[in-house]
Every structure is written in structure tokens, then in C-alpha cells.
Design a binder for this molecule. Structure first.
Ligand SMILES: NC(=O)c1ccc[n+]([C@@H]2O[C@H](COP(=O)([O-])OP(=O)(O)OC[C@H]3O[C@@H](n4cnc5c(N)ncnc54)[C@H](OP(=O)(O)O)[C@@H]3O)[C@@H](O)[C@H]2O)c1
Length: 288
């Protein structure tokens, strides 16, 4: 029996990972959050709960005491490049100081070269974990299928999907599959691996529009715009100024081919097939 700890357990991914670990049984499971009062459902199911805030290093060493393996879930501080690196490094340093043996971390595809503005935060975190001497599994999670729930409903409403992704492809993965991969990685000793957690298909915007049309019976015209035009459109749509460069950089990276990789790592890690995009559209018909 090992003691496994999940940070950010009040978030969607963290909560799902803790639930999977509890269902699986056989280990002591500790859920942490900036606000442990949000974890009462997990405590009722048998998880220990502790406070851990990456902005408060003093909270971390106590939180990680007596733990064998930690899942560090990357934070949502997207708007300030560099902030996540400080947060995650605090977590890595505290895990090391507390005697944690292994770390699992939720990274992104190709952080060495991707044009995404926050890629250096992920790369820096990966490097800090490797330099710590702790064992590790880096999960380079592809973009969630669920991200399409943010952009596509408005696109369907107007009939036009404005994108600067060009013909770049993305191996979208189900959020549930990322949770399953994280639970699997945390459940067993790692052997120091960097895994590409991708969905089963590489999909361009035209592919997605065609599949969505088939599944939902609604046409979607893909309008290929420049980064500058996309930035103007996002401003017009009301996205806060500080987030616009980050969102544009997602499309720049897609167009450049930064996400153009598909891997069997998910299946090797979990023994399951990743969820195809058609299943995502089927399950979310009402949202579109
Ligand atoms: N691959 C993708 O397409 C994609 C898309 C969106 C996000 N992500 C990344 O995946 C992560 C998990 O996704 P999700 O769906 O669970 O997002 P979410 O529900 O928005 O959760 C945000 C997470 O950030 C944690 N967090 C924020 N500030 C923190 C701090 N100071 N210290 C410790 N934890 C902090 C939260 O923990 P508590 O609230 O429990 O403290 C929570 O787990 C996100 O945070 C983001 O880094 C990936």
C-alpha cells in the first residue's frame, strides 16, 4: 500500500482522479486544495484532505509529509507567463523536502518548441522535476475535447468558425481520459517516463467541422484568419485583453504543427482505447 496525493483536487481533473483512485482501492489517498472545505465529498468517500496552495510554500511541506507519490496538477494561472513556473517549482521543492519518492505532472505537448505563450512554464516544471532526483511521470496531455465546448457553440450559432489554426491538426483527448491516465500513472512506480497522452485522431478544423456536421446535422463554415484578425475577433467577443495573446498563441502553435503528434501512450498506460471525437459530439449534442 502506498500513500498517494493529488493537488488541486477541487478542480475538475483532480476531483476525477481522486474518485478513480478511491474506486480502485488498495492505497491511502489524500486530496489537497487551496480550500479543503471544497473536498467534503471526497472526504466522505474515504480520502484524507489537506490544504496545499502553491502560492504558499509553508502550506506545502506539511501537506506532502508522509506521501509516497504526488500528482502535481498544473494550475490555471494562464494570464501571467511565468507565474505557473513559480507555483509548480514551489510544489516540486516541497515534495523533495518532504521525502516524496515520485511525482506525476500534467504538462502539454512539445513544450520545448510549442508557440504557446505558457509552454516555458511547463518545460521549466518538467526540468525542475527531472533535476530534483525524484522519480517522475510527465503526462504531456493534448488539448481536451471539452475545449471545443468553449468555441464551437458560438460558431454554430453564427455558422462560421473563425480560426487561425490553418490546416494544423490536434489529437484532442477526452478530459475523462486525462483523469484515467493520471490515476494510472500515480498508482504505480513510474520508471521516469515522459508520455504523450493523446486522443486517437489527428483533427484539423476542417475535419472537426465535417464530423460535427455529420453528427449534429448543422453546417459549419471554417473561416481561416490570421493571428491579428483572430486577436481582433477575440477582443470584439469580450475576451479580457491580458488573455488574448495566450489564446492566439494556441492557434499559432496548431498552425505550426506543434500538436501534430499521436501516440499510443494512453493505451499502454491504462489498457484502454482513448475516446474518439464522435463519442464526444454524441455525448454533448445538447450543448451544440
Ligand atoms: N489540456 C488542456 O486542454 C487543458 C485545458 C484547460 C486546462 N488545462 C490544465 O489542466 C489543469 C487541470 O484541468 P481542470 O479541468 O481540472 O481545470 P480546473 O477545474 O479549472 O482546475 C484548476 C486547477 O488549478 C488548481 N490551482 C489553481 N491555483 C492553485 C494554487 N495556487 N495552488 C494549487 N493549485 C491551484 C486548482 O486547485 P484547487 O482549486 O483545488 O486549489 C484546480 O485543480 C488546469 O489547471 C490547467 O493547467 C489543460
Amino acid at each position: 500500500m502506498s500513500t498517494l496525493l493529488v493537488t488541486g483536487a477541487a478542480g475538475k481533473l483532480g476531483r476525477h482522479v481522486v474518485n478513480l483512485l478511491l474506486e480502485q482501492g488498495g492505497n491511502t489517498v489524500i486530496a489537497t486544495s487551496r480550500d479543503p472545505s471544497k473536498l467534503s465529498d471526497l472526504a466522505a468517500r474515504g480520502a484524507g484532505t489537506r490544504r496545499a496552495d502553491f502560492d504558499d510554500p509553508a502550506s506545502l511541506e506539511a501537506a506532502f509529509a508522509g506521501v509516497d507519490r504526488v500528482l502535481i496538477i498544473s494550475t490555471d494561472a494562464l494570464g501571467i507567463p511565468g507565474k505557473r513556473l513559480t507555483q509548480h517549482t514551489n510544489a516540486v521543492d516541497a515534495a523533495k523536502a518532504a521525502g516524496v519518492k515520485e511525482v506525476v505532472y500534467t504538462s502539454m505537448p512539445n513544450p520545448e518548441t510549442a508557440a504557446v505563450l505558457f509552454a516555458p512554464d511547463h518545460l521549466g516544471t518538467e526540468n525542475a522535476i527531472k533535476a530534483s532526483g525524484m522519480g517522475y511521470t510527465i503526462l504531456r496531455n493534448a488539448w481536451y475535447q471539452e475545449n471545443l465546448l468553449h468555441s464551437l457553440p458560438a460558431a454554430f450559432a453564427s455558422g462560421n468558425w473563425y480560426t487561425a489554426s490553418g490546416d494544423g491538426a490536434t489529437p484532442y483527448i477526452a478530459h475523462d481520459d486525462c483523469a484515467r491516465a493520471a490515476a494510472a500513472a500515480l498508482s504505480k512506480p513510474s520508471g521516469n517516463k515522459t508520455l504523450n497522452i493523446t486522443g486517437p485522431e489527428l483533427l484539423t478544423p476542417d475535419d472537426i467541422a465535417a464530423i460535427a456536421h455529420d453528427m449534429l446535422g448543422k453546417p459549419l463554415n471554417v473561416v481561416k484568419v490570421t493571428d491579428e484578425q483572430l486577436a481582433e475577433g477575440l477582443k470584439h467577443a469580450g475576451l479580457p485583453d491580458f488573455l488574448i495573446p495566450t489564446f492566439v498563441s494556441f492557434d499559432t502553435a496548431t498552425r505550426k504543427g506543434d500538436f501534430n503528434l499521436k501516440s499510443n501512450d494512453y493505451e499502454t498506460l491504462t489498457g484502454r482505447k482513448p475516446t474518439p471525437i464522435k463519442a464526444f459530439f454524441e455525448a454533448n449534442k445538447a450543448a451544440f
